[in-house]
Design a binder for this molecule. Sequence first.
Ligand SMILES: Cc1ncc(COP(=O)(O)O)c(C=O)c1O
Length: 378
Amino acid sequence: MSNVKIPYLDLKAQYRSIKPEIDAALERVLDSCQFVLGPEVAAFEQDFAKYCGTSECIALNSGTSALHLALLAAGVGRGDEVVTVPFTFVASVAAVEYAGAKPVLVDIDPRSFTMDPAAIEGAITSRTKAILPVHLYGQPVDMDPIMEIARRHGLVVIEDAAQAHGAKYKGKPVGSIGDLACFSFYPGKNLGAYGEGGAVTTNNLELARIVRMLRDWGQDRKYHHLLRGFNYRMEGFQGSVLGVKLRHLEQWTEARRRIAEQYNQLLANCDVQTPEQMPWAHHVYHVYTLRIEDRDGMQSALAEQGVQTGIHYPIPVHLQPAYADLSYRTGSFPRAEAAAKQVLSLPLYPELSDEAVTEVAAAVLRAVANRAQPVISR
Ligand SMILES: Cc1ncc(COP(=O)(O)O)c(C=O)c1O
């Protein structure tokens, strides 16, 4: 394989663009020695809650911890079932099992790659406690029908917004639609820490109180353990970095949306399927995904031209060896399985130059011309 000319992601470019602010923020933490929670984390919680349109934000040590605690706070436990999707990062499903419950999967809508609301009711049983839709790639799930089904069946809705900071559903920020929502601040995310990080957002004060206790050993005050909790606290360094980066997020999101639009235009008349922004969505393009019949051939052709790509995700969770005992098999979720074979993510980050975008698109066009990749029929 030839050398990478255009990487899939370039975290160094972003750090260089905000270095003085980041360095000053890290120094504040060093000076204060408030390494766990502390004022920088508290300030970020306030700012991020405001950004999401919620009254509460609880900062944690990962998005996985956010899912785990949101499920526990919602009362999900042994014997319960939670409806989610197989076409997601494994954490969405794993966290359901962390809480002791059983993941029940439903297929995706092939246009949005997200939970198909029409599939949910067939999966609901007397044991169903919650629905966990995933705003995959930065595109909000069609939430209205999901909220309506949840209300009718008395279920909790937990948004997995790990990839969707700043995305909006019919003008409403994700994170403020379900009963609880979970974010990841893993470094490559649209809002990324300089290490692990996550958060739960909610407008429900009681649920927030429980998540806050659970992240800190179930304490309501020092050494008074009301609940059996965890050490899921956010570090001071991460809170300080996130506080700085949140101030730039809207501008970065606009850059992502502009690049996605450039790709859409440059690839409009070519025989690959570009991503579709659904009518309800303000998409934040955490991932820009093409659908191509010969995905692996396209990935190799791009690699040969120095363009690094990603696959999100090559194997749906129900076909992962670790989840064989969920008793699904090949054919259980045909749309998720087809997507896993055909998706290819192009480089997209706010600092990607116009020239690089043009070069990536040209590389795709050349690969199509050389290999005659057929378009996907849905
Ligand atoms: C959809 C989704 N859910 C959950 C997670 C878990 O987040 P984290 O890696 O911060 O634990 C991720 C991130 O990797 C994700 O993409």
